[in-house]
Design a protein around this ligand. Structure first.
Ligand SMILES: N=CN[C@@H](CCC(=O)O)C(=O)O
Ligand SMILES: [Zn+2]
Length: 417
């Protein structure tokens, strides 16, 4: 048995006996233990507390002096498009020159551009590049990740992406969840035959996905010019036949009814939410919906859009999670430290709220709440050690500085500065 004892932690952050989804005021409470120890057996948290209460007999194979670091649970990034064939900086330049996201999509750029490149790339090459990106994210403190398909948009392409995600799940050191997002855009061939593409998803993709156990969730980009509310409902209802709960892209650009429909479909999370009406905020705050509002501020930042109304959502009592949306089109960074900073700087989330939203609630947004997201006995020792800081608020305050000293996954260090 491998045992680890971490001593002299300046503050052990997000210590919880048990976890529930954090909503409204609850997001402000971030329990911490100052001057703490943490004990780990075979990668699982077994004990923690104040240094003065450290049992004398408690020793371990590895004794680590945290030397005044803050220790936090790793980030739980519940929305990413990590598997892609190529970056899209040419569109980034188009945008600087004045083209809108919708205009780029309309001229065959955007998601269709990524799909053309992905269909021309081998499964092995996709796996290698995604595995490299994954390890870069882990070094930045990500300790659990959701990854979507959605750049295949053909039977072969979607299955190829999902098989890559399955290989990542098998080989990665962190928990990964897979989301089926063939309903990300209509391929050119089906531009005027939506019915044909929906049938391809339902009849040709979903049965194979279920057979090979390639997905945990189903997703749809519900947006003008993409999938209508009715199309989203059909895909989700078909996914439900195979036990896939929805995590949905809604209200990024327009408010077309995706929120009400998503809640009725019992979505695990409704993601993006840049464009919200007062009524929709009220719906999202309904305590009968046990789902999360997943905000992706780096997508709004990169696309120069209005930020998600985090303050209004939290003040209305919503359960907010934060995620990176890492993808080549609208958020070419999976750095959750920047997501947390941006949430505080631009969305007026308090550091405690942002840290809770990026850990506990992120874990709930992937159904990984029993494994990660807090310092809790029985959860994985996937933890971040910070560099010396004057207070916890320094972490989001010092945006762009890498405040991570070390990252531990399953009780072993993966990166040392
Ligand atoms: N909005 C839809 N999907 C992605 C962007 C995909 C792309 O542009 O490649 C998102 O979440 O931002
Ligand atoms: Zn996305």
């Amino acid at each position: 048995m491998h045992t680890v004892l971490i001593r002299n932690i300046r503050s052990l952050v997000n210590t919880r006996k048990e976890t529930g989804i954090l909503r409204g005021e609850g997001l402000k409470e971030l329990p911490c233990i100052d001057d703490a120890f943490l004990y780990v057996e075979d990668g699982i948290i077994k004990a923690f507390g104040k240094m003065q209460d450290l049992p004398e007999h408690l020793t371990a194979m590895d004794i680590i002096d945290a030397d005044g670091s803050y220790v936090l649970p790793c980030w739980c990034d519940s929305h990413s498009h990590l598997v892609f064939a190529a970056s899209r900086e040419e569109e980034f330049v188009d945008k600087i020159n004045g083209l809108s996201y919708a205009a780029i999509a309309a001229k065959g750029g955007g998601i269709l551009n990524s799909a053309a490149k992905l269909n021309a790339t081998s499964e092995d090459a996709l796996y290698e590049s995604a595995y490299k990106r994954l390890n870069e994210l882990i070094a930045l403190g990500t300790g659990a990740l959701e990854i979507k398909s959605g750049y295949g948009l053909s039977v072969e392409g979607e299955l190829k992406m999902l098989r890559v995600i399955k290989r990542l799940k098998e080989n990665a050191s962190i928990p990964i969840k897979s989301t089926f997002l063939a309903a990300h855009a209509f391929p050119a061939k089906y531009k005027n035959d939506h019915e044909g593409y929906i049938r391809l998803i339902i009849e040709d993709m979903l049965p194979v996905i279920a057979e090979e156990q390639l997905a945990d969730f189903v997703d749809v980009f519900c947006e003008e010019g993409f999938f209508s509310v009715e199309e989203m409902q059909r895909v989700c209802e078909a996914g439900a036949q195979y036990g896939l709960r929805p995590k949905l892209h809604v209200n990024q650009l327009n408010s077309i009814g995706g929120i009400e429909a998503g809640i009725a479909l019992n979505a695990v999370s409704l993601d993006h939410l840049e464009t919200l009406t007062e009524d929709e905020i009220e719906h999202l705050s309904s305590p009968t919906w046990q789902g999360l509002c997943t905000l992706l501020p780096t997508a709004a930042f990169f696309l120069r859009m209005q930020y998600q109304p985090a303050r209004q959502l939290i003040d209305a009592g919503c359960a907010v999670a934060l995620a990176s949306d890492f993808n080549p089109g609208s958020s070419p960074s999976g750095n959750m430290n920047f997501v947390v900073s941006l949430s505080c700087i631009q969305m007026k989330m308090l550091p405690e709220e942002a840290i809770n939203a990026a850990t506990v609630n992120g874990a709930f947004a992937m159904n990984l709440e029993n494994e990660v997201g807090s310092i809790t006995i029985g959860k994985k020792a996937n933890i971040i050690f910070t560099r010396p800081m004057s207070s916890l608020a320094y972490l989001p305050y010092a945006f762009g500085n890498n405040m991570i000293e070390k990252v531990m996954i399953n009780g072993s260090f993966v990166m040392t500065r």
